[in-house]
Write a protein that binds this ligand. Structure first.
Ligand code: BES
Ligand code: ZN
Length: 457
């Protein structure tokens, strides 16, 4: 697409996106609380200027934005759009080609933290809803938006407040764009996300750092104890070695396994795209099964001892690891925590003590493909992208979605406009500008499609 010839509407949509990105709304960073608030206020302003009823709902941490269009008379579908305006930290800024909070256009992409996750993708719906609210014929469906500022820190406050918000958020179908297309040129509807359980394990040894020559061999090194513990959790073939971990994991349906075999996927291309020497993972499962439908264990960070330049022969007094499990349907994060506690207790080497802290926990979710809402979304996507969407799952987690399904008893449409190489949570995050505009278009077409459905069948 030619970015020099944007029409005024596109130029204004692009400006909005850039404006929101310039606000570094990093939810995990306590020094950014006022920036997070500014991003919330930006949304309040945008949505109220378009005539929606808007509420800023305070929480114990970062505010949530609730907005809605006028409720139409008679039978109509009610939609809840969910998204998040908070972002991950930028990480090491020297690894970015352009500053993380200065949106920069290169090769048809907009680069910045939050470009896709989730400011860009969330705004596709905000833009289309603002237009829908003002169309001459008046809205024929009722659209609500819940845009929160804590997704990247696990959505604990929305989770806790959900029962009291359930009337306000009541809907027939939930619409979320916070995931990806299957591939460039191949849009998708996502029928499942993995759940997540995250932990921090600290191991304590001697009361202070010791000289490893003077004292090595006389006490347990906590870094070594931590290595033993971490490697006890997974075998060399990639199977998780915690008793009971797989107990509630059900086999995937044959029809889904067959359908995934027909997805345009090639292991070698995938290997190259992630820059790995070779692919690895639980045997007996395809790459897509392993990343979408199988539970996994990953160490996210390891810390102990000397990390600076040169040698320092220290026997550190502590060591710690941050790690997470991705969960599949029917695995309960709390049951996983219990199994993990037993495992760590049993496998912790003598001579050290440990502290295991659980952080986020959220179950996996799946969507029934056999829904008129999925058909409506497929029509909207086909009309916009010129290609019909494939049905996939994704391996990432949106912690609150499963809870929405439970509490609101709604259908769910996960419509990712991003691409696998968008660098979410990494340096040089990007979102293709043409896909931002396509997302806005597909979102608008979806509202039209839903007008034809009538009340939830
Ligand atoms: N947008 C992602 C979720 C996602 C990533 C869906 C990749 C599909 C594919 C979301 O913002 C996210 O990063 N979630 C976190 C949740 C965690 C911080 C509790 C995740 O999945 O790690
Ligand atoms: Zn994210």
């Amino acid at each position: 697409m030619n970015l020099d010839q944007l029409d005024p509407q596109q130029q204004s949509d692009l400006n909005d996106w850039m404006e929101l990105i310039r606000i570094p709304s990093i939810s995990s960073d306590t020094s950014r609380v006022s920036d997070v608030e500014r991003a919330a206020d930006w949304l309040v302003e945008k949505l109220s200027m378009s005539g929606l009823t808007v509420e800023k709902i305070p929480t114990k941490r970062h505010p949530m934005i609730f907005a809605e269009t006028a409720k139409p008379d008679g039978d109509h579908v009610t939609v809840l759009v969910y998204g998040h305006y908070d972002v991950q930290p930028a990480g090491d800024e020297s690894l970015w080609t352009s500053p993380p909070f200065e949106p920069t256009i290169r090769d048809g992409n907009l680069y910045a933290r939050g470009a896709t996750d989730d400011k860009g993708q969330m705004l596709t719906h905000v833009q289309s809803v603002c237009r829908y609210a003002n169309q001459a014929s008046g809205p024929k469906i009722h659209i609500k938006l819940m845009i929160e500022g804590e997704e990247e820190v696990g959505s604990a406050n929305l989770d806790e407040m959900l029962p009291q918000l359930s009337d306000k958020l009541a809907c027939d179908v939930l619409v979320i764009s916070d995931s990806s297309q299957f591939a460039d040129g191949q849009p998708a509807i996502t029928l499942g996300l993995r759940g997540i359980a995250t932990y921090e394990l600290s191991v304590y040894g001697p009361g202070r750092d010791l000289h490893s020559g003077a004292f090595g061999g006389t006490v347990m090194n906590p870094a070594i104890a931590l290595c033993h513990l971490m490697s006890s959790m997974i075998d060399a073939e990639g199977r998780i070695a915690i008793d009971g971990f797989y107990d509630s994991v059900k086999p995937q349906s044959e029809s889904e396994i067959e359908a995934w075999k027909n997805l345009p996927h090639d292991d070698e291309t995938y290997r190259e795209s992630v820059g790995a020497i070779e692919l690895f993972g639980e045997s007996g499962f395809s790459t897509n099964q392993r990343r979408w439908a199988r539970p996994t264990f990953d160490i996210n960070g390891l810390t102990s001892g000397h990390q600076g330049e040169g040698v320092m022969t220290v026997l550190p007094s502590t060591a710690s690891a941050k790690f997470s499990f991705r969960l599949v349907p029917d695995q309960d994060p709390q049951a996983i925590s219990r199994a993990l506690q037993d495992h760590v207790q049993k496998h912790c080497p003598k001579g050290v003590r440990y502290d295991l802290k659980a952080d986020h926990g959220a179950g996996a979710m799946v969507v029934d493909a056999d829904s008129p809402f999925v058909d409506a979304a497929a029509n909207a996507i086909t009309d916009t992208f010129g290609v019909s969407p494939v049905l996939i799952r994704e391996g990432g987690s949106i912690p609150i979605v499963g809870r929405f399904q439970e509490v609101l008893r709604c259908d769910c449409l996960l419509l990712g406009w991003g691409l696998d190489d968008d660098n979410l949570h990494a340096p040089d995050e990007k979102f293709r500008i043409a896909d931002y505009f396509r997302g806005i278009d597909a979102s608008g077409r979806l509202w039209q499609e839903l007008e034809g459905i009538g009340k939830k069948p």
